[in-house]
Design a protein around this ligand. Structure first.
Ligand SMILES: [Zn+2]
Ligand SMILES: [Zn+2]
Length: 65
């Protein structure tokens, strides 16, 4: 059976479900998403996320086209 690869850390898993659980537990947990609705910007540190989210300029929070 084909194994699936985690592109973030190169570990392999027996199925997509296991990869998904691993990915959200290990990788997404470390990322901090902008708190502004509709903005999907992700930051690796909470401090830079807060600095971005605190900026009132709506252009900064526009989803990338
Ligand atoms: Zn991984
Ligand atoms: Zn944002």
């Amino acid at each position: 059976k084909k194994r699936v690869l985690c592109t973030a850390c190169n570990k392999t898993f027996c199925d997509k479900g296991a990869l998904k659980i691993h990915y959200s537990a290990v990788h997404l947990k470390e990322m901090h998403k902008c708190t502004v609705d509709g903005c999907n910007m992700m930051f690796s540190s909470r401090r830079s996320r807060n600095r971005h989210s605190a900026n009132p300029n709506p252009k900064l929070h526009m989803p990338q086209a």
